[in-house]
Design a protein around this ligand. Structure first.
Ligand code: ADP
Length: 203
Protein backbone atom coordinates (compact mmCIF):
# COMPACT_ATOMS: atom_id res chain seq x y z
CA UNK A 1 0.00 0.00 0.00
CA UNK A 2 1.37 3.42 -0.88
CA UNK A 3 0.80 6.08 1.70
CA UNK A 4 0.31 9.51 0.21
CA UNK A 5 2.46 12.06 1.99
CA UNK A 6 2.52 15.70 0.93
CA UNK A 7 5.67 17.79 1.00
CA UNK A 8 6.26 18.62 4.64
CA UNK A 9 7.51 21.97 5.86
CA UNK A 10 8.52 22.07 9.51
CA UNK A 11 7.79 25.02 11.77
CA UNK A 12 10.04 24.97 14.83
CA UNK A 13 10.05 27.34 17.75
CA UNK A 14 10.12 27.29 21.50
CA UNK A 15 7.18 27.96 23.76
CA UNK A 16 5.70 31.39 23.13
CA UNK A 17 7.70 31.97 19.94
CA UNK A 18 4.45 32.30 17.97
CA UNK A 19 3.92 28.84 16.48
CA UNK A 20 0.13 28.81 16.96
CA UNK A 21 -0.29 32.39 15.77
CA UNK A 22 1.84 31.79 12.68
CA UNK A 23 0.09 28.48 11.96
CA UNK A 24 -3.29 30.19 12.04
CA UNK A 25 -2.17 32.43 9.20
CA UNK A 26 -0.77 29.52 7.16
CA UNK A 27 -4.20 27.88 7.67
CA UNK A 28 -5.91 31.02 6.36
CA UNK A 29 -3.69 30.73 3.28
CA UNK A 30 -5.14 27.24 2.76
CA UNK A 31 -2.25 25.22 4.17
CA UNK A 32 -3.25 22.42 6.52
CA UNK A 33 -1.11 21.70 9.54
CA UNK A 34 -0.35 19.08 12.12
CA UNK A 35 0.45 20.43 15.55
CA UNK A 36 2.69 18.20 17.65
CA UNK A 37 1.42 19.84 20.86
CA UNK A 38 -2.16 18.83 19.95
CA UNK A 39 -0.99 15.32 19.12
CA UNK A 40 0.92 15.13 22.41
CA UNK A 41 -2.35 15.90 24.21
CA UNK A 42 -4.29 13.43 22.09
CA UNK A 43 -2.07 10.45 22.91
CA UNK A 44 -2.62 10.90 26.66
CA UNK A 45 -6.38 11.34 26.55
CA UNK A 46 -8.45 9.27 29.00
CA UNK A 47 -8.61 5.68 27.78
CA UNK A 48 -5.31 5.88 25.86
CA UNK A 49 -2.55 3.32 26.38
CA UNK A 50 -0.11 6.09 27.28
CA UNK A 51 -2.33 7.52 30.02
CA UNK A 52 -2.92 4.06 31.45
CA UNK A 53 0.86 3.49 31.71
CA UNK A 54 1.41 6.90 33.28
CA UNK A 55 -1.36 6.22 35.79
CA UNK A 56 0.20 2.87 36.70
CA UNK A 57 3.58 4.48 37.30
CA UNK A 58 2.56 7.53 39.32
CA UNK A 59 -0.74 6.52 40.91
CA UNK A 60 -4.02 8.39 41.26
CA UNK A 61 -2.34 11.74 42.01
CA UNK A 62 -1.43 12.02 38.34
CA UNK A 63 -5.11 12.24 37.35
CA UNK A 64 -7.50 15.15 37.77
CA UNK A 65 -10.93 14.42 39.24
CA UNK A 66 -12.40 14.05 35.73
CA UNK A 67 -9.87 11.31 34.89
CA UNK A 68 -7.71 13.42 32.59
CA UNK A 69 -3.97 13.91 33.01
CA UNK A 70 -2.78 16.42 35.57
CA UNK A 71 -0.19 17.99 33.26
CA UNK A 72 1.15 20.45 35.79
CA UNK A 73 1.89 17.63 38.24
CA UNK A 74 3.56 15.56 35.53
CA UNK A 75 5.57 18.56 34.39
CA UNK A 76 6.86 19.05 37.94
CA UNK A 77 7.85 15.37 38.20
CA UNK A 78 9.87 15.41 35.00
CA UNK A 79 11.53 18.75 35.70
CA UNK A 80 12.82 17.43 39.01
CA UNK A 81 13.68 13.88 37.85
CA UNK A 82 15.57 13.55 34.57
CA UNK A 83 15.17 9.76 34.56
CA UNK A 84 11.39 10.17 34.66
CA UNK A 85 11.60 12.46 31.64
CA UNK A 86 13.46 9.72 29.77
CA UNK A 87 10.82 7.15 30.77
CA UNK A 88 7.96 9.43 29.71
CA UNK A 89 9.53 10.29 26.36
CA UNK A 90 10.24 6.63 25.59
CA UNK A 91 6.54 5.99 26.16
CA UNK A 92 4.98 8.96 24.40
CA UNK A 93 7.34 9.84 21.53
CA UNK A 94 6.68 6.71 19.45
CA UNK A 95 2.91 7.20 19.91
CA UNK A 96 3.20 10.85 18.95
CA UNK A 97 5.30 10.04 15.87
CA UNK A 98 2.80 7.45 14.70
CA UNK A 99 -0.14 9.82 15.10
CA UNK A 100 1.72 12.66 13.37
CA UNK A 101 2.43 10.40 10.40
CA UNK A 102 -1.23 9.40 10.20
CA UNK A 103 -2.42 13.01 10.33
CA UNK A 104 0.16 14.16 7.76
CA UNK A 105 -0.89 11.48 5.31
CA UNK A 106 -4.47 12.81 5.41
CA UNK A 107 -3.44 16.32 4.36
CA UNK A 108 -4.65 17.51 0.96
CA UNK A 109 -3.24 21.05 0.72
CA UNK A 110 -0.31 21.97 -1.55
CA UNK A 111 2.09 21.21 1.26
CA UNK A 112 1.76 20.31 4.92
CA UNK A 113 3.00 22.32 7.85
CA UNK A 114 4.38 20.28 10.74
CA UNK A 115 4.38 22.49 13.82
CA UNK A 116 6.67 21.16 16.50
CA UNK A 117 8.32 22.70 19.56
CA UNK A 118 10.86 19.84 19.59
CA UNK A 119 11.26 19.24 15.87
CA UNK A 120 15.05 18.86 15.95
CA UNK A 121 15.19 17.24 19.39
CA UNK A 122 12.87 14.46 18.17
CA UNK A 123 14.66 14.27 14.78
CA UNK A 124 11.46 14.98 12.89
CA UNK A 125 13.31 17.54 10.78
CA UNK A 126 14.35 14.45 8.80
CA UNK A 127 10.88 14.19 7.22
CA UNK A 128 10.73 17.89 6.30
CA UNK A 129 11.76 19.35 2.98
CA UNK A 130 12.52 22.62 4.72
CA UNK A 131 12.39 23.75 8.32
CA UNK A 132 11.35 27.25 9.29
CA UNK A 133 12.75 28.37 12.66
CA UNK A 134 11.04 31.17 14.51
CA UNK A 135 13.37 33.84 15.79
CA UNK A 136 12.18 36.02 18.63
CA UNK A 137 14.19 37.82 21.29
CA UNK A 138 14.31 35.99 24.62
CA UNK A 139 12.75 38.96 26.44
CA UNK A 140 9.73 39.13 24.14
CA UNK A 141 9.31 35.36 24.25
CA UNK A 142 9.35 35.36 28.07
CA UNK A 143 6.88 38.22 28.23
CA UNK A 144 4.48 36.55 25.77
CA UNK A 145 4.57 33.25 27.69
CA UNK A 146 4.00 34.99 31.03
CA UNK A 147 1.05 36.95 29.62
CA UNK A 148 -0.53 34.03 27.80
CA UNK A 149 -0.14 31.38 30.51
CA UNK A 150 -0.29 33.69 33.54
CA UNK A 151 2.87 32.15 34.99
CA UNK A 152 5.80 33.67 36.86
CA UNK A 153 9.02 34.75 35.20
CA UNK A 154 10.81 31.92 37.04
CA UNK A 155 8.45 29.24 35.65
CA UNK A 156 8.69 30.65 32.12
CA UNK A 157 12.49 30.76 32.34
CA UNK A 158 12.58 27.16 33.57
CA UNK A 159 10.53 25.98 30.58
CA UNK A 160 12.66 27.95 28.12
CA UNK A 161 15.90 26.60 29.64
CA UNK A 162 14.74 23.02 28.98
CA UNK A 163 14.35 23.68 25.24
CA UNK A 164 16.89 24.32 22.50
CA UNK A 165 17.74 28.00 22.27
CA UNK A 166 16.40 29.95 19.30
CA UNK A 167 19.91 30.38 17.95
CA UNK A 168 20.56 26.63 18.00
CA UNK A 169 17.32 26.07 16.10
CA UNK A 170 18.12 28.80 13.61
CA UNK A 171 21.54 27.30 12.91
CA UNK A 172 19.87 24.07 11.85
CA UNK A 173 16.93 25.54 9.94
CA UNK A 174 16.60 26.30 6.23
CA UNK A 175 14.48 29.42 6.68
CA UNK A 176 14.06 31.91 9.51
CA UNK A 177 10.92 33.79 10.46
CA UNK A 178 11.54 36.75 12.74
CA UNK A 179 8.57 37.32 15.06
CA UNK A 180 9.55 40.13 17.42
CA UNK A 181 7.37 42.64 15.56
CA UNK A 182 3.59 42.99 15.43
CA UNK A 183 1.07 40.59 13.91
CA UNK A 184 0.79 42.50 10.61
CA UNK A 185 4.57 42.32 10.15
CA UNK A 186 4.48 38.61 10.95
CA UNK A 187 1.69 37.95 8.46
CA UNK A 188 3.60 39.75 5.70
CA UNK A 189 6.65 37.55 6.37
CA UNK A 190 4.54 34.39 6.40
CA UNK A 191 3.00 35.32 3.05
CA UNK A 192 6.47 35.75 1.51
CA UNK A 193 7.62 32.39 2.89
CA UNK A 194 4.44 30.73 1.64
CA UNK A 195 5.07 32.05 -1.87
CA UNK A 196 8.70 30.89 -1.76
CA UNK A 197 7.60 27.41 -0.66
CA UNK A 198 4.96 27.22 -3.40
CA UNK A 199 7.53 28.21 -6.03
CA UNK A 200 9.89 25.50 -4.80
CA UNK A 201 7.21 22.84 -5.28
CA UNK A 202 7.02 23.41 -9.01
CA UNK A 203 10.69 23.57 -10.00
P1 ADP B 1 3.52 29.17 20.71
O1 ADP B 1 2.40 28.46 19.97
O2 ADP B 1 4.84 29.09 19.99
O3 ADP B 1 3.66 28.74 22.14
P2 ADP B 1 1.77 31.50 20.47
O4 ADP B 1 1.45 31.55 19.02
O5 ADP B 1 0.72 30.98 21.40
O6 ADP B 1 3.16 30.73 20.73
O7 ADP B 1 2.21 32.95 20.92
C1 ADP B 1 2.48 33.25 22.29
C2 ADP B 1 1.74 34.51 22.68
O8 ADP B 1 2.29 35.61 21.98
C3 ADP B 1 0.25 34.46 22.32
O9 ADP B 1 -0.48 35.10 23.34
C4 ADP B 1 0.18 35.24 21.00
O10 ADP B 1 -1.06 35.89 20.85
C5 ADP B 1 1.31 36.25 21.17
N1 ADP B 1 1.97 36.59 19.88
C6 ADP B 1 2.51 35.75 18.98
N2 ADP B 1 3.06 36.43 17.96
C7 ADP B 1 2.84 37.75 18.22
C8 ADP B 1 3.17 38.98 17.53
N3 ADP B 1 3.85 38.99 16.36
N4 ADP B 1 2.77 40.13 18.09
C9 ADP B 1 2.12 40.14 19.27
N5 ADP B 1 1.78 39.03 19.98
C10 ADP B 1 2.14 37.85 19.46
Amino acid sequence: MTIHTPTIIGLAGGIGSGKSTITKYFNELGIQSVDADDVARLVVEPGSDCLNEIHQRYGDDILLSNGSLNRRFLRDIIFDNPEEKIWLEALTHPAIRQEITAQLSAITSQYALLVHPLLFETKQDAICKWVIAIDVTADIQLQRVMNRDQISKESAEKILAAQLSNSERIDRADLVLENSGNIAEMNAKVLKLHQKILESLYI
